[in-house]
Unconditional design. Sequence first.
Length: 538
Amino acid sequence: MPARLAIPLVLAWAVIAGVSLATHTLMPVDETRYATVAWNMWWRGDFLVPWLNDVPYHHKPPLLFWAIHAGWAVTGVNEWWPRTAPGLFGLAAVFMSWHLARRLWPQDELAARLTPVVLLGCLWWALFASATMFDMLVACFTVLGMIGVVNAAQGRLLQGFALVGVALGLGLLSKGPTILLQVLPAAVLAPWWADRRPAPGWGRWYVAVLLSVLLGAAIILAWAIPAAIRGGPEYTRMIFWGQTANRMVQSFAHREPAWWYVALAPVMVFPWLFWPPALRALARTRRHLDNGLRFCLAWSVPVFVAFSAISGKQAHYLLPLLPAFALLLARMLSRTSGTVSRISQVPVALVLVGFGIAIGFAGALAPRFGGAAWISAVPIYGGTAMAAWGLFLLLPARQRLERAVAVLAGASIVTVFTADFAVIRVAADAYDQRPIARYLQSLEAGQVPVAHLGKYHGQFQFHGRLRRTPEVVDADRIEQWFAAHPDGRLIAYFRKLPANAHPEFTQGFAGRRVAVFDRAGWASAGRPEADSGRSSDD
């Protein structure tokens, strides 16, 4: 990639990551849990089996945790590296998308230059650029696998499918079998999109596909077999069935209707589906369906349909599809007129200005409509950057297509900046678990027993660098637990803390209150909730 394109992309990614690091901490309960798993492996010195709450953690494979450990080995244990590492995989995917565009359309330099800009400019890609999640790893290895598939179709069968096998193996180590669904449809549908029949014939092509899957399986088994031996029978059952085939066919958590992703798509790829030139370009896809565009459709459509059919849905599951969208849109935009008029920018400008104004008035309107208390702290100038960027879009009467795409990509970056600075930053008391983690750290230092009412997601362990896990108790066992641990402390959650409650410590937790009680203080607390947050694992 030429430096004049690479440098702005890296700087844009650095701005997104830097603002996120500066404005908020790990978000409960998912990011805090994953950091805790990495921390537990680190202090135990066990880099084979992930651990959470003193038991082997079977929900996710270890590659993200290994990436975190690699950084900690250089920098020491810290928070910024677990939040940066996944984004680096996303940045690698941005660069690889440029390479993939070059392979698909060697004569179309503009499509190659537009592809990484469109991808980084998708709101969901920018939003998850600094999230401690697994999907950016999956996206990275999906693009790597697609490069392998294209290489194989262009005559390098052995080299191409060796790369596919490595990508599948690394994807399996990242988040399990979802990588198979991301990569294999495009390989299977090659007769529809490939520009020529492979020299060995389609029979050998599909043998090569199978061999790449076996290579990927060998890579994941090189970890899974020794991990299963160490983790025990239940861990073995879960990693070989419960979190693989069973999870793919019985996804019941986070149920959403089949149309949910369709409704969410305009937000995920904002601003592109609000931009008339992009809509017109996409509408012409059928009339200009070259082999590269067919490849993008073979990659994205089966996966989108499959994820829509699965009952369990999360917005970040589709991140690996965004490179396919960026490739398709960049190719179609490269075939359009070389300039963009001011009127074409109006829809995106209106969205930015409208939401900027709404954020500015959110603090004043929240008390009238029963909004969360922290919303009242959103500053009136909080949406200024969004509104200003919307007006900036309207300044030129006409501009070159490539510049217009770059400025529109900036809309997502400014939106993420606004969300971090004006919204998440002021919600710190509701989501920042460091204060209670420090308090629990002091209890651990004093050898004070601690219990947790209801399921515990490990959200305090990393922030407090805790090595002892709170004992999970249900409401019926609290008095029994205090009888056995009269000097102990109990962590509990409330929608609203009773006026006569006397906790030793309390703070916000995702719209509720989390409190720590001694035995005497608990007697006045009443009945709290027994759930510490919604989990993406369950």
